[in-house]
Design a protein around this ligand. Sequence first.
Ligand SMILES: *[C@@H]1O[C@H](CO)[C@@H](O)[C@H](O)[C@H]1NC(C)=O
Ligand SMILES: *[C@@H]1O[C@H](CO)[C@@H](O)[C@H](O)[C@H]1NC(C)=O
Length: 533
Amino acid sequence: MKILASALSIFHLLSFCGGYESIHSYTPMSLVTDSAAIDQDLHVIHLELKKETQRGWTNAEKIYREGAFSKPVAKILLNSPLEDDLPAKTTVKGVDTSGFPVSGTLFKEAKVDERELMIQYDISEVQANYVNCQVGGNPAPNVGGCFNSTGNLTVNGAVLPYDYDIYKHNVNERTIAHMSIDAEEKMWKCDNCPFPEYQMFYNYFGEFNYADRILTHAFRGEQTYLKHGNMDFGYYTEYALTEFLHKGMSYLNIWMWTIRQMEHALAECEESKLDEGVHYWDEAVAFYTGSRSLIPNRDGNLIWHQAMLRCDEFMTCGPNADQRDEEPYVNIEAFKHFNEGQLNIVNGKCKLARKNKERIVTMMLIPLIQGNLRYSHIIAHEDKFYEKHGAEATLYALATLPFVHDCNPKNAEIIYQNLKSKNTANVDYTAVKQAFEGTYECLNIKCYEIGGIWEKSINDYKYDAFPCGLRDDTAFWMVIGGSAGGLVLLSIMGLVFLRMRRTKNTRAKTIESLEEGDMEDIPIGGDSDKVIT
Ligand SMILES: *[C@@H]1O[C@H](CO)[C@@H](O)[C@H](O)[C@H]1NC(C)=O
Ligand SMILES: *[C@@H]1O[C@H](CO)[C@@H](O)[C@H](O)[C@H]1NC(C)=O
């Protein structure tokens, strides 16, 4: 029985592998180029926000809500009512604006006597030209490959004349806003729900559509009304919120949706629907990387790219998380588990695939924790307050606080108090660092996976930003910081340990030749701190 099963799965693999373009080291077994294109929405949103005009702002919100590049559907009005029912997935053919053939399938069934057809465009396996109809909320719509504005559709041999507004009635059935708006239905109420990470976020924020609420209030410059983690975006100008909005869409909405696709894959796996399971798993990979990461210039705006930026800063690139300028450890590890997980699902080993999913989620969390540390450190050391850094810090806090809170509410409160929206540079970096470190064990994160903030000019970590556990005292802080009631102890022991640290510095790895105390004098900050990423 076992042998037969794996023989079958090999056959399965072989029969699938032919057509699909690889996503880095992962080869999808199903068509997900359209899912990967969600990052084109983000890309144009970012460009619009960066214009810093009212029009750009409005355009950005329109793409956020209406989409532009992912899952295009034409809503076409026939000249006369249908004579038969047409089931969902029925093939529809026509011509585009240049007279070339274009085809799709019915997105939902159309009944006799109805005139409207919703036709989902067929998608190509080649990422670079996955679809050539990109309208929705797109400020510069591409209608080249859309059904022409008038013409004839061919459905089951019948010729159906039609007429529609090509700019208004090509819509997108996948939008960044809906990843949050639909979350209650897709992550809370479904079978096998609620999904564990989503539940943490719901518990913390107290709203199913927390991400859409946060972004909507940010677009309006208002304060949020959540259970925990409230922010007042009135502190920030539109300029400061540019990065917040674009990253919020990526690391709140799409980030959680990526996990949802893995959970969905596992649910299908449990029901022995292995093909469906693999498809959702493939989609998770597409949402992790996006399409722009496949362009050789290492571009991107999803977690894959965030891992790239952060590993250079925290010296966590390479297979051992101890290099700069290499593939991020986080991506190497995530892709190892994406590949293993795919094979596990193909083989119906759903429990093993769940382990893969858990490890991937941990990897997805690391760059966001590093983002908290980076911006806390920048703000804590800058002589004047840059509201753009403040706004970034609030975003990283929002994206990670539910995890910290789930481990230890007190640590979450310390981070929140330091990083919540305000108009001062009042951030205690060491407090934030220790509050995170106190939860690493609970989060299954190792100190070396987070790394420390690297200072190129001294070829060492910044003096107050070492990886935990690397210097003698930090492991202690982790244990104390992580336990309930530890905070009192922490403050009592703090002074004692600061003294001990002064005399025990010799164990430090790379600065052995420096005299004790030298590290304290090295100025931090400098121009590199002001780089916005
Ligand atoms: C597309 O529609 C326009 C008018 O709506 C028409 O003039 C044109 O000939 C059509 N093009 C093709 C290729 O059918
Ligand atoms: C649609 O089909 C009708 C007849 O079947 C034809 O007269 C008409 O020219 C066609 N329209 C287009 C735009 O091809």
